[in-house]
Design a protein around this ligand. Structure first.
Ligand code: FAQ
Length: 332
């Protein structure tokens, strides 16, 4: 027979303090007490998010050598570097919860960690780079602007900074789409074909519908999520349809219609079988993406070894100075 320990007065007091901060809309900081589940949920979300930023470099990286002009190449290069920065930033944030980023990266390479489904689709044309900026960064901004109000301080602050850069990426992508949509018939067709492929996977980025989202209730109770998956998806659709119309492009959804009563763009049913299949590792590029990440990790082993050797040398030099007599220290 298992026995459940009765919580002590101290346990109850710290739990009440935690709940009070949440109820007040305040921030939980790394050294504050937090329930185990809260910590676990944040590690889960933040590690998936960090992995998404890192894996998300791959579809765009595919076009660095083929960007149509020097200007496009430079801006794409800067965007891909920004995504790397976001990943590192969020891994740091996750480490404030007591996990080691190497452990998280190992999970990614072992195929046991998740990352956003969207990055398992291929980039077949230059227009895809425009669509990723406009739609994928656009969806990420809608999601992350809310996460910037999350109850865990380091995550919320990371989101504020990241959203500023994602906004720039979105404009960059939209400008590519506008150029193609206003270009030759072939360029316009390329933009339309790309929108046809990226529209539905972009809607899937927001996760399963609320009724099938096992984590939402807990995350919303604790103020990590401030809006549900479906609410954010609807907001993204409402913002994006007029932007597509301004470009003269058509969305691949015969059920799309504006509902004046709710002021919402209603949309058709998402193919949830496709979504779960991609999440479970059977999307068009899942294997390729993981293989590329593993290879990058292996090829970067010498960089990590060199950085570690340099850090060890610096530590030894600092220790020698600290151990030397005061007189020698002043002269050196
Ligand atoms: N893909 O119970 P829920 C970006 C999983 S960053 C794969 O609803 P939750 C920047 C979910 O993990 C994009 N898996 O989960 C960029 C859970 O599995 P688990 C990434 C998904 O956490 C732009 C299960 O399904 N952004 O794009 C997906 O409450 C351009 C049940 O789902 C973030 O990570 C999916 N789409 O809500 C970079 C933002 N959706 O863990 C390069 C932070 C759900 O129980 C280029 N994350 N799953 O085994 C979030 O906001 C949330 O985690 C959601 C999912 C909304 C993604």
């Amino acid at each position: 027979m298992t026995q459940t320990a009765t919580p002590s007065a101290a346990d109850t007091a710290r739990e009440s303090a935690f709940e009070a901060v949440i109820a007040d809309g305040g921030y939980i900081e790394p050294k504050d007490w937090m329930p185990d589940r809260y910590r676990k949920q944040l590690v889960r979300m933040m590690s998936q998010h960090a992995h998404s930023e890192i894996v998300g470099m791959l579809p765009e990286g595919n076009w660095l050598t083929r960007a149509p002009s020097l200007r496009r190449k430079m801006t794409l290069l800067a965007k891909v570097q920004d995504e790397a920065g976001h990943g590192l930033y969020i891994y740091c944030g996750a480490e404030t919860l007591g996990v080691d980023r190497h452990e998280l990266v190992d999970q990614l390479h072992a195929g046991t960690a998740k990352y956003s489904s969207i990055f398992n689709y291929p980039t077949l044309s230059w227009a895809d780079i425009g669509m990723i900026g406009w739609l994928v960064d656009g969806a990420a901004i809608v999601n992350q602007t809310m996460l910037a109000k999350a109850s865990y301080g380091p995550y919320a602050r990371a989101m504020i900074r990241i959203c500023k850069e994602e906004n720039f990426h979105k404009r960059q992508g939209y400008e590519i789409c506008a150029t193609l949509a206003g270009g030759t018939p072939a360029q316009r067709a390329m933009a339309q074909e790309s929108l046809n492929r990226w529209w539905w996977p972009s809607l899937m980025m927001f996760g399963p519908s609320d009724k099938d989202s096992p984590n939402s209730a807990e995350l919303m109770k604790w103020g990590v999520k401030r809006k549900s998956n479906d609410e954010l998806r609807q907001r993204f659709v409402n913002l994006t349809i007029p932007q597509g119309q301004a470009l003269g492009l058509t969305f691949p959804d015969p059920d799309l219609r504006y509902d004046e009563a709710t002021d919402n763009w209603e949309f058709g049913e998402i193919d949830w079988d496709e979504f779960w299949s991609v999440v479970k590792g059977h999307g068009p590029c899942n294997e390729e993406r993981l293989e590329a990440r593993r290879a990058a990790h292996d090829n970067g082993a010498w960089v990590r070894a060199a950085a570690e050797a340099y850090a060890a040398k610096q530590r030894a030099a600092r220790a020698a100075v600290a151990a030397s007599p005061r007189e020698t220290r002043r002269r050196s």
